[in-house]
Design a protein around this ligand. Sequence first.
Ligand SMILES: Nc1nc2c(ncn2[C@@H]2O[C@H](COP(=O)(O)OP(=O)(O)OP(=O)(O)O)[C@@H](O)[C@H]2O)c(=O)[nH]1
Ligand SMILES: [Mg+2]
Length: 406
Amino acid sequence: MIPSRLFSARLRVLLEGMGRWTPSARVVLRPSRLLPQHASPRLLSVGCADCTKHQEPPRKKLLSEKKLKRHFVDHRRVLVRGGRGGDGVSCFHSEPRKEFGGPDGGDGGNGGHVILRVDQQVKSLSSVLSRYQGFGGEDGGRKNCFGQNGALLYVRVPLGTLVKEGNEVVADLSRPGDEYIAALGGAGGKGNRFFLANDNRAPVTCTPGQPGQERVLFLELKTVAHAGMVGFPNSGKSSLLRAISNAKPTVASYPFTTLNPHIGIVHYEDHQQIAVADIPGLVRGAHQNRGLGCAFLRHIERCCFLLFVVDLSVPEPWTQVEDLKYELEKYEEGLSARPHAIVANKIDLPQARARLPELQARLGQKAIALSAVTGENLEELLLHLKDLHDDHVATELARGRQPLRW
Ligand SMILES: Nc1nc2c(ncn2[C@@H]2O[C@H](COP(=O)(O)OP(=O)(O)OP(=O)(O)O)[C@@H](O)[C@H]2O)c(=O)[nH]1
Ligand SMILES: [Mg+2]
């Protein structure tokens, strides 16, 4: 029994620690008070099972550009090690009334390889870990039982991954389904049965499994798409990609909204699909690391043709094309000479329409004037895109190469 004096003292200490509770007539127990702010109102619903059946499943939330930046990784250093081979075994057959059963130690299984495999669902190298260890082979067993080979370890990489060892390019995974053996598994050891010979009827020798191959590889992602959109920040590249494809890159009125390449697929009625990449904005002097620099220009290298997106609402828009071509040329010689089209965006703005004839005259070529926001003249771009794609397919086939397919 606790003495009542001590009990009340303890209770007082407890109440003082917690803050005194006083009943209040104004406290109304509403559901919002019972539930935390973020709790779903469905928790309180008392609807029948039938109604819940017709409710839409929760949509997958799109990653914000900020999060995407965290998720998007375009180069990675990886240590790959093949699986170790299983050991061979030394033992002798044992059976009643059989004096010399002979050697029956089985061989160890081979270690598993580590294989890089292109997966089109993977969009960046963020899911690739810094080290991989292949599965080891099983040791051999009695009764001449061979150990099981180690399973193959597949590492999923995005389309367009370049594999380098030191400065040497060892593989270019630019086709769907491409595979590259990054590290070979070690060979399994031999059991003593293997060493049975006419002059040695009872060998006791067995060999251990070999360690797997070990390599340090550098993976580099170079986005593969048919068309690459290049333009100054705010020229409307992401808006255009949204308008012509199912991709949903972030659009905002401040420069450098897009920080990573996005790929959208344009579907045509004849089931043809053209992949268009939205590359982060480029500025004058990008090759000297101004703006976002030109590190992401590697994503343009693989594009078969380019779309120069120009903002027609700014004064002297033709200088944008000249600057863009200059920056591309600085990055890689001949890059600006790729088949291309000039897209003059924001034609819905009154000052933009007036600048169109001068732009065409200065550039000496036709520009596709359109508005990504209102959708005006998008058909012309889509038709031109198809022409560029058809030309690309024809030249690739003429060179005896398989054109890129999505
Ligand atoms: N009026 C008008 N505004 C447009 C058009 N296209 C884009 N914009 C606006 O221009 C701004 C920039 O658009 P974005 O699509 O984010 O431009 P971006 O080229 O992707 O920009 P970065 O990602 O920074 O390189 C946004 O406020 C868009 O609403 C257009 O055709 N007409
Ligand atoms: Mg953008």
